[in-house]
Every structure is written in structure tokens, then in C-alpha cells.
Design a protein around this ligand. Structure first.
Ligand code: AKG
Ligand code: FE2
Length: 318
């Protein structure tokens, strides 16, 4: 299991050296319980799946393990709030050494045993679909992927298998999938990213890893996938939030978010040049329950929020 006492500093050192680590006890109990309570809106429970209580509902999970992957903003306030939880932003800021990060991915996945498909993935690096170019390891250019564990994750309940970056430095950059036979030696060194519910797996998009089949019967594994990056990096991404901004989940969520959380989702920070009398009035009309006072007062006084980034620093740090 995870070392729940591992400090963020130790996690960062391991993340930099090996490309991944699991940090235990990250999610506060109340936030975890609230998110878990809503999982039934999205997925059959382990027991419902195993007993085939509702074959129609189970069918997609029997055909393809990744067939159902709900995306942020979810039809669950608790899971939306978890995706932008301050503890995840704190962690991402520590690891990426920036205070102006963007959340660029939010999705839920569930995996089952008892007749679910054989989910043995090839070892792969995620940057194939997280960047248009190739990763660069300097502050301002890095990406941080997280799996937030909503169930206990063990080697038997399909903990993602990870290979240390130290072992993969010689792999050509254009090769993001590794053949089972050609790279059998690397497959032999993979380690399960085990951790109890509320733990978070942190990994870099060039860390080789793979999903595996569940071996424990009548079990499930549910994770929230989130990823962070610096602003001004248009080549990095996965999802776009404005695409979902007409829906009720977004409108319900916005008034509950802090300035910091809204900025992580791409809202212009207080003091940003975007804000004018007209845009302040328009955004207030669009989100009548959002307290716009931080944006209004920054506009009146010409100041920027503590969390906001001065205009001159919006490009990646060099
Ligand atoms: O399901 C897993 O354990 C791994 C999934 C994965 O590799 C991914 O989402 O990039
Ligand atoms: Fe992956």
C-alpha cells in the first residue's frame, strides 16, 4: 500500500526521478465520501456488476473497459468539486512549481472483474494524446497527470503498472507504445501503483505505464483522472471546458468555486486585461449567483489578485 506519511517533498523527488509516485491520504474524508456516494449515477457497483443485476447497464463495461468515461463537468456536484479540490491544486502547484496552473483533463473511469474484458494494455506513454509535440522538462512546460483513487486500488484490483523513467531513457521519443515481446525486460520491472481510496497517483506524460485486468472477483476500481499544465501552452491539452459551459452541471458548479478554482479552469484572473465594465456586467448576468466582487474590486483598484499572474508572465517560464 501507499506510504501515507510520504511528504509532498518526497513525492516530488520521486516524481522527478522515477516519473511517478502514489501519495496516500490526500483527499479529505468528507470530500471522498461525498464523491463515492455519487458513483452510482455513473457506474454499476461492483456487486451490481457481478450479479448482473441490470444486464443492459452492464453491457458497455462488458464490451470495452473504457466505453463509459464521463467527463468534467459531471452530473455530480461532489465529483466536480473534487476535480478542482484545493488539495489537488496545492499538490499540482508544488510539483509543477507554478501558481497559475490550468486543469486540462477531468474524467471518470471504472473497471470491473466478473466477465469484464481483458484489459491488458501495452506499456505506453500518454503524451501521444496530451501534447501536439513532445514533453519538455522545465518549469512552465511540464504536465502533471493524476489518478484520484475513489476505491482501494491494489495489485489485484488493477493498480496501474508503472515503469521507472530511469529505465526508459533510451526509448526513441516517437515510440509511445511498447511491444510485449520486444520490451519484455521492461514489462518484468513494472510496479503496481497501489493505494487506498483517497490516494493520488502522480505521473508524468512520458512515464511508461499500462492498465491491467482485475484479478480480484466481485471488485471494481474507480478513478478520477485529472491533469494540470501551465498557461500559455496551447500544444498541451485533452479537453476544453467552454464546450460544456452551456450545460446545467457547469452552471450549478460555478457559484461554488473560489477565484483560484475558476482560474484553474481558465477564467481570466481578477486584474486581467479581459475585464471591463462591460465584461464584468456580462459575466455577472451569465452567472447571477457568482460573487463577482474580487473581479470588480481588482478592476476598480487596478490591482491583480494574489493568485493572478501579471500579464508579462503569461508565457511559460524559461
Ligand atoms: O486504467 C489504467 O490503469 C491505466 C489507464 C491509462 O493508462 C490512461 O488512462 O492513460
Ligand atoms: Fe495511459
Amino acid at each position: 500500500m501507499t506510504d501515507a506519511s510520504m511528504s509532498i517533498h518526497t513525492a516530488k523527488v520521486k516524481w522527478e526521478r522515477t516519473g511517478w509516485c502514489v501519495l496516500g491520504g490526500v483527499i479529505p474524508d468528507v470530500a471522498l465520501a461525498a464523491a463515492q456516494a455519487d458513483l452510482g449515477h455513473f457506474f454499476p457497483s461492483a456487486e451490481e456488476f457481478a450479479s448482473d443485476h441490470d444486464p443492459e447497464r452492464n453491457r458497455p463495461f462488458r464490451v470495452r473497459g473504457d466505453a463509459v468515461r464521463p467527463r468534467f463537468p459531471f452530473e455530480s456536484d461532489s465529483i466536480n468539486l473534487l476535480a478542482v479540490h484545493e488539495v489537488l491544486i496545492d499538490l499540482a502547484e508544488e510539483i509543477l512549481e507554478r501558481r497559475d496552473l490550468r486543469l486540462y483533463q477531468g474524467l471518470l473511469s471504472a473497471k470491473y472483474s466478473d466477465g469484464a474484458p481483458d484489459d491488458e494494455q501495452l506499456l505506453h506513454a500518454d503524451y501521444g494524446n496530451h501534447t501536439l509535440v513532445v514533453p519538455r522538462h522545465d518549469v512552465g512546460y511540464e504536465q502533471l497527470e493524476m489518478f484520484v483513487y475513489l476505491t482501494d486500488v491494489t495489485a489485484e484490483t488493477a493498480a496501474t503498472r508503472m515503469v521507472s523513467l530511469e529505465r526508459t531513457t533510451g526509448i526513441p521519443v516517437e515510440r509511445t507504445y511498447l511491444d510485449f515481446e520486444e520490451y519484455a525486460d521492461l514489462y518484468a520491472t513494472e510496479e503496481p501503483a497501489s493505494g487506498s481510496a483517497g490516494s493520488v497517483l502522480l505521473y508524468r506524460p512520458d512515464t511508461f505505464h499500462r492498465g491491467v485486468a482485475m484479478t480480484a472477483p466481485r471488485s471494481w476500481r474507480v478513478m478520477l483522472h485529472v491533469a494540470f499544465k501551465s498557461p500559455g501552452t496551447d500544444w498541451l491539452g485533452y479537453q476544453s471546458w467552454p464546450f460544456s459551459a452551456e450545460g446545467m452541471p457547469w452552471h450549478r458548479l460555478v457559484p461554488h468555486l473560489s477565484v483560484r478554482q475558476l482560474c484553474v479552469l481558465g477564467f481570466p484572473a481578477p486584474g486581467d486585461d479581459y475585464w471591463s465594465e462591460e465584461t464584468l456586467a456580462g459575466v455577472s448576468a451569465r452567472y447571477p449567483r457568482l460573487d463577482m466582487s474580487p473581479w470588480r474590486s481588482a478592476f476598480r483598484t487596478g490591482s491583480t489578485e494574489a493568485s493572478a499572474v501579471p500579464a508579462g508572465e503569461r508565457t511559460p517560464a524559461r
